[in-house]
Design a protein around this ligand. Structure first.
Ligand code: ADP
Length: 407
């Protein structure tokens, strides 16, 4: 993957639309999973446990769970594949993967490389499909499949989990999110605005860990908004192969409609449109699904954007007065994937880190992800973790042996 970085990145930009530099970053991140799990494969240890019986010994070993079925999304069309394939192979499982119908070409390139790298035939298998349902059905019902791993929407994840339950298949699910981004009273508003502008518009907001509710204290609103607006209005949308482009297209017509509906609903219910709020149609942009980077101020819980995942380039800012209620407000969501907090206080940071009901917490940090770190959510954001030793465990069974010395 590293040797083929430019080719893979270009394939991704042409197929999925993200700017070429972001595509390069994703290829490197994707390659990290193969490297990290290749190293970690050496450390799939068992253990011995002392018994209270003098004649008995306990031994615990880890074994591959069996054939893995994987379903991946279009938004990170390469790294989401290696994040599943790498731990499956490290654990000793074979895998069959169905990529999203919008991004089969990235998947084909990765599987070509797996073959080129010498993986024996039949160990990693790719099934592309325009209609995912029949493949999903086989994944849920074929007895040869021991584990189902899925990244995508909460609705499809629930359906797959229900289907897999009839055979008690092992499952891991990485689903949607609705991340709070909390700017505490003691934070540096300019630094926080810079962080938000970087993380929110990654992949044009089409990421499950994208901030969706931005809580900013009124005393710092002016400075925060000024910096954010300055940065957001400079972002250029267009062909990801053109240098300097920061905003790629949304995935399809339904996605742009959903974003626009949320923005209109917010404005109709009293939000202030600071910038953006429209589909971009100038020059060649009308040929794609480009939505202008948008800032909404004074968003309230009555608006759909407050609860629904957006998956687009929209920053909804929510006012708060009292820091004591912040934790409750941030946790008031069915999702539990990522949360972000800006504060200079160690005790505030610790309080939020320990009490936010989310699987990934960025404290003054907008990139709390790595192949070495466990990624995953609570509640409607799914179950299981990817990356790190937790990510390897998802592909392993634990077997206990009780050995008697009397024979
Ligand atoms: P999104 O709305 O972000 O496209 P989806 O959950 O629909 O998210 O898609 C994520 C992945 O799930 C894709 O690979 C897609 O093909 C797959 N998928 C969608 N519906 C089904 C289904 N009924 N059975 C199996 N896979 C599905």
């Amino acid at each position: 993957m590293v040797e083929n970085l430019e080719h893979l990145a270009k394939t991704m930009t042409l197929e999925q639309g993200k700017p070429i530099q972001a595509a390069r970053n994703e290829v490197k991140y994707g390659a990290d999973f193969l490297l990290w799990f290749a190293e970690e494969a050496k450390r799939i240890y068992g253990r011995t446990i002392p018994s209270s019986r003098a004649d008995q010994r306990f031994m615990v070993i880890k074994q591959p769970v069996g054939v893995v079925a994987a379903i991946t999304p279009w938004n990170y069309p390469i790294s989401m594949i290696t994040r599943k394939v790498a731990p499956a192979l490290a654990a000793g499982c074979t895998i069959v993967l169905k990529p999203a119908e919008a991004t089969p070409l990235c998947a084909i390139e990765i599987f070509k490389l797996l073959e080129k790298a010498g993986l024996p035939e039949g160990v990693a298998n790719l099934v592309t499909a325009l209609d995912p349902k029949p493949v999903g059905k086989v994944f849920m019902t074929d007895k040869k499949i021991a584990k189902l791993t899925f990244t995508g929407s909460t609705g499809v994840g629930k359906m797959l989990a229900q289907g897999a339950a009839s055979q008690m298949k092992r499952i891991s699910l990485e689903l949607g999110g609705h991340a709070p981004f909390i700017v505490c009273k003691d934070a540096n508003p300019v630094h926080a605005a810079k962080g938000l502008s970087l993380v929110k518009f990654l992949n044009t907001g089409q990421a499950c860990i994208s901030p969706n509710r931005i809580y900013v204290h009124p005393t710092m609103k002016a400075a925060f908004l000024e910096e954010l607006k300055k940065r957001v209005t400079k972002m250029k949308a267009g062909d990801g192969m053109t240098p300097g482009i920061k905003i790629g297209p949304l995935v399809n017509a339904a996605a742009i409609q959903k974003v626009d509906d949320q923005v209109k609903d917010a404005v109709n219910n009293g939000a202030t449109l600071v910038t953006g709020g429209f589909r971009m149609m100038d020059d060649n942009l009308a040929k794609g699904y480009f939505y202008a980077p948008t800032i909404l101020d004074h968003v309230t819980p009555s608006m759909s954007i407050y609860r629904q995942e957006t998956f687009g380039p929209v920053v909804p800012i929510i006012d708060y007065e009292d820091e004591d209620n912040l934790l409750e407000m941030a946790n008031d969501t069915d999702y539990g994937l990522a949360a972000y907090v800006y504060t200079k206080s160690y005790s505030t940071a610790t309080k939020f880190f320990e009490n936010l009901n989310f699987g990934i917490i960025g404290i003054n940090d907008i990139n709390p992800t790595s192949a070495a770190a466990p990624f995953g959510g609570m509640k409607m954001s799914g179950m299981g973790r990817e990356g790190a030793i937790e990510g390897l465990d998802e592909y392993l069974e634990t077997k206990l042996g009780g050995f008697s010395l009397n024979c």
